[in-house]
Every structure is written in structure tokens, then in C-alpha cells.
Design a protein around this ligand. Sequence first.
Ligand code: SF4
Length: 424
Amino acid sequence: MAKVILARSAGYCFGVERSVKIAREALSAGPCFCLGELIHNRDTVRELAEAGLTVIDSPALVPTGERVVIRAHGVAAAVYDELAARSANVIDATCPLVRRIHRIVSRASADGRRVIVIGDAEHPEVLGICGWCSGAVVFSEPSELEGWLSEHAECAQLPLTVVFQTTQIREKRIQIEKILKKRCTNAEVFDTICGATADRQGEAIALSELCDAMVVIGGAHSANSIHLAQLCREHCGKVAFVADAASLDCSGLADAGVIGITAGASVPPRIIKEVVKKMSDEIIIEETTAEDVAATVAEEAAPVEAEPAVQEEPAAPAEPAAKPDSEKTFDELLEDSIRTINNGDTVSGYVVSITATEVTVDLGTKHSGYIPVTEFTDDGALKVEDVIHVGDLVEACVVRVNDVEGTVMLSKKRLDSVKSWNDV
Ligand code: SF4
């Protein structure tokens, strides 16, 4: 009997889940348009089309005054301008993490820095990023960056700002950083690889090292799914990369003792279930639960170092909550990215990852915010995943800012206690 381990991180990431939710909510008020397919999954795209979502590939095709959804990949600034000129009602489902990259490159460009994007030049996310700055150059491989720096030696002295397509592989970022450190004098690097993607990739590597065979579910055009399959092939001799249950040939898996399953960020839970069911019907398998998978992966993972204790600063009175990014104009977003954060400020942002020790929050600035997990679980009765999830909007008080590292230690408890005092 083959043992099947389903990756904990398989399937929708919070950005995709959020975009599907936004589109469904928009459709509940009537038909609307979407600039490009909402996600790289044909079943979901078909289902949304049946509900009234018409896919168009240019803002010029949006009839005047109509509603249009912008997908998680985001679009260039010029697209917003064109939609505004058509009086379109924009329903913005750009992933907050992609929006953060837009802010970084806009600001860099305004500061006269040359932007370098590491990613696939043809991918919509990268096209969108390049549309928020001027003169960006895109490299898909570290060797391309090295070649460019050799050909244009003068560029090594320029102020450079480097960002990554959110689905890039961490190993590539490390190589890029080494090259920049060796060759450039004024390069700033932003780790914009999405935490959800990095977790998914890390888990896929751990699983593929454990398993005799891997099944990777994802669309042929999905960058993060292609990367997953690529990573699994590096660590496992037998990898099936399939779009759905119908395209899975189980005969090649029959002799595998342990089979791992993972899935790209655009794969709905239903398709994952159908793949597991097909494997169960065609080969004898023993399924694992989500808890079993989490335990397996936790055993494989290296322990994470705890953050040093934070010296507490007196808290300032709470300010009203900031409005979410989706309600802000571009000027407000740009303003946010430049905004200075000070100890005692009240800030809000989306949770982008949760580890054993900390919750990472995208603050909509160049900083990444961190809240110790213990702030959510201090009575010992709760697990962090019962209290907070990736994609949740949280408010917290700033405890310590590290401008050099671009990090901010946050405290939710401190803000809660200030609010309680204000209520009293
Ligand atoms: S950036 Fe991450 S969370 Fe956002 S849509 Fe892409 S993969 Fe999903």
C-alpha cells in the first residue's frame, strides 16, 4: 500500500483566494470584466465566466463606466490611468505583496535609481511591476545579470534597486545577492519573494526528498507551479506534473512506496481532492490528514531561531485604523511607501506568513513587520493558526524600527491594552 502525503501548503495561496473571493463578490452584484484570466486554472476561469466574468486582454476593451476586476498579478500604472479615462469602476484584487513591489519600484524610480527585476520578462506580474517605474531591466537568471554587468561596467556604479517576481526560487535570490555584493557599489535588494511561495517550495523540497514519487498539480502557464515541478525534479526521480485528475496517469506511480502531492497557488481544493481520489481508486493508498502532514514537515524542517527579546518602549495613544490598500489611490500608496515609521505608531497590514516564532505583516511600506507568535497564544490554550491566518488584516503598535534591515517589531497586545485604556 502506497503512503500518500499531501503538502500542507498545496493549493490556493492567500492572494489567489482573496482575488477569487473579490471576483465572486463583484459578480454577486452583476456581470463584470476581468483584465486577463483571474487565475491560472481553467476550471475556476470557466466557472467564473459562467457567473458573468468576461475576460478581456486590454483596458481599451472595457466599455465606459463598466466594472473591471484587476487580478492578483497586478497591472501597470498606465492601465489604471486608462481605466480612469474610461470611467471604469475598478475592483482591485492585486495581491498586497505584488502591490508592495509596485511601491518599492515607484519609489526607487522617483529617487533616480535603476530598477532590476529578477523574473520572467513576459509574465504579467513582471510586466505590471515594470509599469510602475521607468527603464527597468529584467533578468531571469543570475548569469544574465552577470553578463549585463560585464557588458555595462558603468552600471555597477549606479544606484540599483533589485526586486524579485514573487514566485522566484530563494536559491536564485541568494545567487543574485552574491553577484551584486561582488560587483556593485550601490545596490539595494528587496526580498520580494512571497512567503507563501517560499513555504510551498520549502515543503515541496522536503517532501520530494522523502518520497519515491511526487505529483505536482498546476497549470502549464502557472509560474509558481512550473517552479514547484522543477524543484521536485531536483530532489525526486519521479515527478508527474499534471493540470488535474484527468491528466494524471497513475500507472507510473504504482511501484512507489511513498508519494507526495503538492499543488500550485491557483489550484482549487476540489481539484486536489479529485487527484487524491483518482489515486485512491487506481492504486491502493493510505491517505494522511493535514495534521499528519504538518507533523511530518515540522520534523523535517530545521528549527527556527527565536527573535531576541525586545526592549519595550512606552506606547503612544492609538490612532484610527488605516484604510486597506485596496481602498487607496496610487498617490496614497506611494506616500505610504515613503512614510517613516516611528516607535509607538499604530500601523496595519496584511499577514503574509506565519512561522513557529513570528507573524510577518506587510505594512505597505519598505519595512516588513514582525509580531511574536506568543502575542497570539500567551495563555497556552490556543494555537496560532486558530487565532490568525495568512491574508488577515491586523493592527499593531510599533515597538522598534530597524531602518537598516527594513524590519519593524510590532506588538498587537500593546495596541489592545491602549485601546482598552481608551475605552475605560
Ligand atoms: S504574491 Fe504570493 S500570496 Fe500573492 S498571489 Fe502571488 S503567490 Fe499568492
